[in-house]
Design a binder for this molecule. Sequence first.
Ligand code: AMP
Ligand code: MG
Length: 337
Amino acid sequence: MTITPVSPAAPATVVPPPPLEHLRSPTTRAVLRIQQRILAAARELLGAEGFMELLPPTIGPVTDPGARGAKQVDIDFYGHRYKLMTSGILYKQASLLAFDKIFNIAPNVRLEPLETATTHRHLAEFHQIDVEVAGATRQDVTALAERLIRHVFAACAADMRDELALLNRDHNALLAVADADFDTVSHHEAAERLQALGHTQSFDAELDWVGEELLSRHSPRPFFVVDYPKGSRGFYDRESRNDPGVLRNFDLILPEGYGEVISGSEREHDYTRLITRMRETGENPAKYRWYLDIAREGIPASAGFGIGLERLTRCVAGLDAVWQASSFPKIPGVVSA
Ligand code: AMP
Ligand code: MG
C-alpha cells in the first residue's frame, strides 16, 4: 500500500485527540449515536421505497477517477495493481443489472491534498450512502435526496433530543431542514451570486470550497446546485444532449456553512460516449475493461447520488469539524490510529 507523506505542521485545532480520549468522550458517544440514527433513518426511507441494499466492494482494478485532486491508493492484488475504492460509482451502475433501485453504505479512501486538512470538511477515509436508480432522471433523484435528507433530520430531531442537548445543537435547526422545501440554482447562477458577494468564481470551473461555504452561510435552507460545466466532474456524469458542455448533475448544499453533502447525476451509459468522455477527462479506456465490457452489452440508464455520511452527521450534530463524526478519523496527512 502506498504510504502518504506526513504533514508535521497540521494546526492543533484540526487534529483529533488520541483514540483513548476521543472514544471515551461523551461528545463522541453522542455524535456516534446520532450517526447511528442517521443510518437507520436512511435505511427506513430507502427500504420503504423499495431499494435493495448491497454490500459494496472495497477493492477493484479501477475506481472513480473524478475526485477533485485526491490521489488513489494502490494495493498489490496477486501481482496486479488494484485500487481502494474512492467511490462506488462504477459498481453502482453495474449493480443495476441485478436490481433497479439500489444503495450501498460504503467506505471510501481518498488521499486528499494536504491543504484540505484544515477545511474541517475532508477526511482521507469517509463513508457514503450511495444510491442509484435505473431509468431515473435528475429530477427523480433530487426529489428522492430531498425526501431522504428531510426524513433524516426529522428522525434525529424527534429521537436524539438528549444527544443534541449535550452537543448544544439547536433542535430547531434540524426541524428547519426537515420542514424545508429545498431550492435549486444553476451552477451559472451560483457563480453569479459568488461574484456579487466579492468571491472570484469562474463559470467554467467547480465551485471552490470557500465559495461553497459562503453560499451555504447565505442560504436559509438546503439548496441544489445543478448543471455543472463539463470538465469539473467525472466521465460518468451525463452531458446534456440539448446543451453540450453542461452536465445533468447536481450537488446538495446544506445551510449554516456546512456546505456540500451530496453529489449526484444522471449517468452516461452509452458505450461510445463513455469512451469519448473518458478520453476528454484524461482517462485511458483500456483501464476500465470490465466496466466497458458491460457498457457495450448495455448498462441501464440511471441517475443517483452519494451522501457523505460524516458531513451529514457534522451538520445534524452541529459539529465544528467532520473528524468529530468518525470513531477513528483519518485527517489528510496526519498519522493516527
Ligand atoms: P463526491 O462524489 O466526490 O462529491 O463525493 C460524494 C460525497 O461524499 C460528497 O458530497 C461529500 O459529502 C462526501 N465526501 C467527498 N469527499 C470527502 C472527504 N474527503 N471527506 C469527507 N466527505 C467527503
Ligand atoms: Mg462532490
